[in-house]
Design a binder for this molecule. Structure first.
Ligand SMILES: C[S@@+](CC[C@H](N)C(=O)[O-])C[C@H]1O[C@@H](n2cnc3c(N)ncnc32)[C@H](O)[C@@H]1O
Length: 227
């Protein structure tokens, strides 16, 4: 079977043309960190509220619900019914799905606040200034002591081959080299990140980085708290 990255993920492309849904296939270290936070909140006070931002088919939303969180899953796509059916099939009832653009300020007024937000493999679909706005919205949507788990596609990953990454992060927004676009199912323009770009994003968004690392594939992964 064809596999799409160093982790052996299948080419399960999102229908929206926004890359591969990895979360539905496996849990990575960042997902696991969010799960550990949920477990400790549940052990401490019995409740936890989590946002799965850009949830695709809801793989991480279901893991977080299994760990005991009340989960809101948000994505642009309109297939929330399938996500909720998959959750109900395993007896998970604490999941809501909201079809929305994560750039929409009004959305956050409706959603309220969370102990944690996870946004994996999404932020690079936005031009950097929009990404900063979204991080600020995430910040406002976090309760005191809340945590953001964020990842972005890396300029030093294979996606960066033949990509126009020379521009400063504030202006960097270009299509992938066609072989990479086809391999990864990413047909929109993207902003690929280096470690210092991720630092600049979190800093501009008012978040303090607790941990920042690169995955084996070369993507940037970050755990951040309120600054
Ligand atoms: C590669 S998938 C990531 C899915 C999952 N979080 C994971 O880690 O595998 C990217 C998702 O971002 C969603 N997305 C892209 N832009 C968005 C936006 N502005 N608002 C909400 N969702 C968005 C797409 O619909 C797609 O489901």
């Amino acid at each position: 079977m064809r596999q799409d990255d160093a982790q052996g993920d299948k080419p399960l492309k999102t229908r929206s043309g926004h890359g591969i849904d990895v979360a539905v296939q496996r849990e990575d270290y960042l997902d696991g960190s969010a799960i550990r936070q949920i477990r400790s909140l549940i052990a401490w006070r019995g409740t936890a509220r989590a946002l799965d931002a850009a949830c695709a088919a809801g793989g991480q939303a279901r893991r977080m619900a299994r760990a005991g969180a009340a989960v809101t899953a948000v994505d642009l796509h309109s297939d929330g019914a399938a996500l909720l059916r998959a959750a109900a099939d395993e007896g998970l009832t604490q999941i809501d799905f909201v079809q929305a653009d994560l750039r929409d300020r009004e959305l956050y007024r409706r959603l309220g606040q969370f102990d944690l937000i996870i946004a994996q493999r999404f932020i690079h679909y936005l031009p950097f200034p929009d990404a900063v706005d979204v991080i600020r919205l995430f910040r406002q949507a976090l309760l005191p002591g809340g945590t953001l788990y964020l990842s972005a596609s890396g300029l030093r990953s294979e996606l960066g081959q033949q990509y126009d990454g020379a521009a400063h992060i504030a202006e960097r927004f270009a299509a992938l080299w066609p072989p990479m676009a086809n391999k990864h199912g990413i047909h929109d323009r993207v902003c690929l990140y280096e470690e210092h770009d991720m630092r600049a994003l979190l800093d501009a968004g008012g978040m303090r980085i607790a941990k920042l690392y690169a995955s084996p594939f070369g993507n940037l992964k970050c755990i951040a708290c309120l600054a």
